[in-house]
Design a protein around this ligand. Structure first.
Ligand SMILES: Nc1ncnc2c1ncn2[C@@H]1O[C@H](COP(=O)(O)OP(=O)(O)OP(=O)(O)O)[C@@H](O)[C@H]1O
Ligand SMILES: [Mg+2]
Length: 338
């Protein structure tokens, strides 16, 4: 079973210590954040599936840079309605459009000397993409309604969970902006490719939730570890954090058990491609793969059957199997028929 108290190579005072994980890809990521953070790169692109930590990495890049004392301005390009976006980003002069009652400083200007984080950059429409490209090239912009340009010194960090090259090919994203953005790019690996980091992240979040909610969950049952290893985590670290939070809020005890996990996650983990036998050691108590899998299946079927008071049809439905397939499994696993 995974234990707490992992030694981290960095001192906990470095900003990247906030990034949990010891998988080689995360160790490299920490080094890259330090290097890019301290570099003169004025544009950085972060790519990663939803919930992989793009927002966190953007903040760490800012903290690792000499811009850290200046503002970090987080702009979600998908959250600001198109017509408002230009004046939100660039500001406007008094009377430049109906409702512009006074001069307003834009978000980009407010970040002068610091970092602007353009989250979900793919959502910018073509007009705003062109304006952003000009801004990246010249470091100048024009407030809405102004004839003068304003200089600004900011680092732009753009993030996306869509593969931008695909968007370029589909005609939804300017190719010149894409090439401009991806000069320095950082790819965040999905959680399912980070090995035992899943457990490190789970434990760290258990500690956070125990503090916040007064729960006492400290460990993951080996069967839970097995599910965590196999499940694909489409929502990545955020999905893991939400799951841990739900368990700490709703369940009692000191160990996260299989029965605390949603059926869907158990089902999807069971349907996932089998793990290589060698990696079963930590999650399955060192038992050979087939024996450990059979035990897991038996326990799952027994629990669902108990929940369904022995009703084979109901249990099969909950497990996503036909009644016939469930009976076959029960015979194969040499379980007592209900
Ligand atoms: N390696 C990590 N160590 C610690 N916490 C992490 C790590 N990666 C992600 N997190 C946490 O996971 C949650 C989701 O991360 P974040 O919001 O940065 O993801 P995102 O990639 O920006 O997601 P989205 O695409 O949905 O915007 C946050 O609470 C973040 O602090
Ligand atoms: Mg984000």
């Amino acid at each position: 079973m995974y234990s707490l108290g992992v030694n981290r190579p960095e001192s906990s005072t470095t900003p990247t210590a906030a990034l949990i994980g010891e998988h080689p890809s995360i160790v490299r990521l920490r080094q890259l954040i330090d290097r890019v953070g301290q570099s003169k790169a004025r544009t950085v692109l972060i790519y990663g599936e939803t919930g992989t930590g793009k927002g966190l990495v953007a903040r760490l890049l800012h903290q690792a840079s000499n811009r850290a004392p200046a503002p970090f301005v987080d702009i979600n390009c998908a959250a600001i309605p198109g017509p408002l976006l230009e004046s939100e980003l660039f500001g406007h002069e008094k009377g430049s459009f109906t409702g512009a009652v006074g001069h307003k400083q834009g978000l980009i200007e407010s970040a002068d000397g610091g970092t602007v984080f353009l989250d979900e950059v793919r959502e910018l429409d073509m007009v705003m993409q062109a304006k952003l490209l000009t801004l990246l090239d010249t470091r100048r912009f024009r407030r809405v309604g102004s004839v003068r340009t304003t200089d600004v010194d900011v680092r732009f960090i753009a993030a996306t969970n869509k593969i931008l090259l695909g968007e370029v090919k589909a005609g939804a994203f300017r190719d010149d902006l894409y090439y401009r953005l991806q000069v320095v790019s950082i790819n965040l690996p999905p959680l399912r490719e980070r090995g035992d980091d899943i457990f490190m992240l789970a434990h760290a979040h258990l500690q956070v939730c125990n503090k916040v909610y007064g729960s006492r969950m400290r460990q993951l049952d080996p069967e839970v570890e097995d599910v965590f290893r196999r499940y694909a985590w489409p929502g990545n670290v955020r999905e893991l954090e939400n799951l841990i939070e739900r368990i700490c809020l709703l369940e009692d005890g000191q160990q996260v058990m299989l029965k605390h996990l949603p059926d869907r996650i158990i089902r999807e983990a069971r349907n996932a491609s089998p793990l290589p036998a060698a990696s079963g050691g930590a999650g399955a108590g060192g038992k050979p793969y087939h024996e450990a899998t059979a035990q897991f299946q038996k326990k799952l079927i027994a629990e669902v059957l108990t929940d369904c008071r022995g009703n084979l049809g109901d249990a099969a439905a909950r497990l996503g199997l036909t009644r016939h397939a469930l009976r076959h499994q029960i015979q194969k696993l040499e379980m007592n028929s209900p």
